[in-house]
Ligand binder design. Structure first.
Ligand code: CA
Length: 430
């Protein structure tokens, strides 16, 4: 008696499915984010769209489109320079072994390394400098072991996309000497350095959530980057200095070029985005470091949002907040370094008590910065003029020597505090 009606229902469902397959609505039956890997930036979407554009692995098919659920699988899937799309499913920790079991810092430690002994040896109370010695070398070896495991190093022509709410944590992504890479719709949390180094006056940690080094044609879009469970305020202090565990969030260095950083959420971090890591031009930064930064949500960040050397950097429609609830201090947002050309348009700042318009810009031997359309706590403010009035001996000119030509729609600044939080970050693309 129950069979007939059931068959009838099944048949109706099959008919529905068949007819839906002929229409775009069929996409709704696929897992969230299924089609994302084949997408590329819009034709005019910032510097990543210039000089041939950025296609990542969008042309991959068949066996070169994979879905990964483990760190080991992810590391394997991004290898090589052939076009490939790698979909990340679920939450993956970089501190996991081949079998998926959790790893501890001690799993990477050299037999000769010991934290307590290291702290004792380098105590400024009795350390006299000179040779670094066996403990420093053991720390270096431990660091290299962890680095080899927790940094994801994709080859060229790669697209990495998260499915739904996907994340990686306890590691980072390093684009080293590659071309044409897209990373989208993914959270990257807590790129934790197990083996920070004492440098004589402070502690140094090495990992960035994302580092782009000697690489070009890169699109970083709809990412969420945080310090995860390792907040700076909770870090221990040794010799009176905070033992850092993180370096940058998105550092773009060593002559990297043609990059768009869009619709991301960067939340709670100190040294956020360094574009160009030396004044020397040793890596050929002059004429490169061309980067577009648009529609990002920047909350509770201490400094470098971004700090720029050499590059032509278009910064538009970003929303900056730093409320009293943040446990990260505030230094500045836009750092104008040597030969830098920041061109800022229509950014909004909702800042907490104690942060004034003249605090937004900081000059690191910069000479110019262009800025227009800024809103500060809801009011139009000329941030460059505010900076120059406060720093009469270190003024910045408004002529940066270039004007952006490649960009999507630049929204009225009043739309930014609503539009950007609603749409930026991982897990919002479907
Ligand atoms: Ca870095």
């Amino acid at each position: 008696m129950r069979r007939a009606p059931r068959l009838a229902v099944l048949t109706a469902a099959a008919v529905l499915t068949a007819s839906a397959a002929a229409t775009p609505a069929a996409a709704d039956h696929r897992p969230p984010g299924h089609g994302l890997g084949h997408r590329t930036p819009a034709a005019n979407d910032g510097w990543a769209s210039a000089e041939g554009g950025t296609t990542g692995g969008s042309e991959a098919a068949g066996a070169d489109v994979t879905t990964v659920r483990t760190w080991d699988g992810l590391r394997e899937a991004v290898r090589g320079d052939h076009p490939k799309i790698v979909r990340v499913a679920g939450d993956i920790s970089a501190m996991t072994g081949t079998d998926g079991a959790p790893l501890e810092c001690s799993d990477f430690a050299d037999p000769d390394y010991d934290w307590d002994a290291y702290v004792e040896a380098f105590d400024p109370g009795h350390w006299e400098g000179g040779e670094d010695g066996p403990l420093a070398e053991a720390r270096e070896r431990s660091y290299e072991e962890q680095r080899e495991h927790v940094l994801l190093t994709p080859g060229s022509n790669t697209t990495i996309v998260g499915l739904g709410d996907a994340s990686i944590s306890d590691g980072g992504i390093l684009l080293e000497s590659v071309e044409n890479v897209i990373v989208r719709n993914l959270a990257v949390h807590d790129s934790y350095d197990c083996f920070p180094e004492w440098r004589g006056s402070d502690w140094d940690a090495q990992y960035d959530n994302i580092e782009v080094s000697r690489s070009r044609h890169v699109w970083l879009d709809h990412l969420t980057l945080t310090d995860g469970d390792t907040r700076d305020a909770d870090l221990e202090r040794v010799y009176g200095e905070q033992v850092d565990r993180h370096d940058g969030m998105i550092d773009i260095v060593r002559g990297s070029d043609l990059i768009t950083v869009s619709w991301n959420v960067l939340d709670g971090h100190d040294k956020t985005m360094l574009y160009g890591n030396t004044d020397s031009n040793d890596h050929g930064d002059r004429g490169r470091l061309r980067i577009t930064v648009h529609h990002n949500l920047f909350t509770g960040l201490t400094q470098r949002v971004p700090r720029v050397r050499y590059g032509q950097v278009h910064v538009y429609n970003n929303h900056y907040t730093h409320g009293p609830e943040s446990d990260y201090s505030y230094l500045y947002s836009w750092g104008a370094g040597v030969e830098s050309g920041i061109y800022a348009q229509n950014n909004s700042f909702d800042m907490g008590p104690g942060i004034a318009p003249e605090d937004i810009i900081h000059s690191w031997s910069g000479s110019a910065l262009y800025e227009e359309g800024s809103l500060f706590d809801g009011r139009p403010v000329d941030l460059l003029e505010a900076y120059n009035q406060a720093h009469p001996d270190d003024r910045l000119d408004s002529d940066v020597g270039w004007e952006p030509e490649r960009h999507g729609k630049i929204h009225p600044t009043r739309a930014v505090p609503h539009l950007v939080p609603a749409k930026a970050g991982a897990g919002k693309l479907r």
